[in-house]
Design a binder for this molecule. Structure first.
Ligand code: PGA
Length: 250
């Protein structure tokens, strides 16, 4: 009904030799039968090399971010056309590190998402609450606000190009994971929120990934939840053995 997806977010790690070695090690161990789409997100300078290295495999190379601007005087930015010219079809947007460290706003993310969707890209849209928001009972509202502000101008048709990644900020890179129940509860809440606006068909087809310290030891239990359709994995995706072990958890 909907796709399972495992996406590795490599963040600002790996130079070119390390990128190529990691891809080569993942390729060597990738099982023939996979029950998920596999995506990796290396840094921008290495996307072209990574794309070429992955051509003969089921691995999709995706980007970690993109500009909402078409082209021009935006020093340091990378455009959608640039990504597409090196074979990239999917981009992660709204990661909490982009929101918190680089101060990307809901408005920026709405613009980026719309621009990427208009050019035919798929977007892995990240959302998630901070610990204080969970502790004060505001986690559901925080997450649905993020989704509403950035994505609710899209049409149902455009939602086919969206994957949502729920990543509680308190679980990212901390070793702390949402329990399978906490993940299921939020994923179900997100799906219902989208069903209320767009209808069951759109919501049922939407893949919702969990992110936040996913590891081989906890992947199976988290992915077994009915509304969890895979993972967005940071730290554990930088090691081929653990990334493959997570891929086998489906
Ligand atoms: P983590 O990162 O798996 O290292 O917690 C997840 C992410 O930031 O996407």
């Amino acid at each position: 009904m909907r796709n399972n997806i495992l996406a590795g977010n490599w963040k600002m790690n790996c130079d070119l030799p390390m990128t190529q070695e990691l891809i080569s090690n993942i390729k060597k161990q990738l099982p023939e039968q996979l029950d998920c789409e596999v995506m990796i997100a290396p840094s921008h300078p290495f996307l072209y090399a990574a794309f070429n290295d992955s051509l003969d495999t089921p691995i999709e190379v995706i980007a970690q971010n993109v500009s909402q601007h078409e082209n021009g005087a935006f020093t340091g930015e990378v455009s959608i056309d640039m990504l597409q010219s090196v074979g990239i079809k999917t981009v992660i947007l709204g990661h909490s590190e982009r929101r918190d460290v680089f101060l990307e706003t809901d408005k920026d993310l709405a613009q980026k998402t719309k621009a990427a969707i208009d050019k035919g890209m798929r977007v892995v849209f990240c959302c998630g609450e901070h610990l204080d928001q969970r502790n004060t009972g505001n986690h559901f509202k925080t997450v649905t606000d993020q989704i509403e502000k950035a994505l609710f101008d899209l049409s149902s048709k455009e939602w086919k190009q969206i994957v949502v990644a729920y990543e509680p900020v308190w679980a990212i890179g901390t070793g702390e994971t949402a329990s399978p129940d906490q993940a299921q509860e939020m994923h179900h809440h997100i799906r219902k929120f989208i069903a209320d606006k767009y209808g069951d068909k759109t919501a049922d087809k939407l893949s919702i990934l969990y992110g936040g310290s996913v590891k081989p030891a906890n992947a199976q239990e988290i992915f077994a939840q009915p509304d969890v359709d895979g993972g967005l994995v940071g730290g554990a995706s930088l090691d081929a053995d653990s990334f493959i072990a997570i891929a086998k958890a489906f």
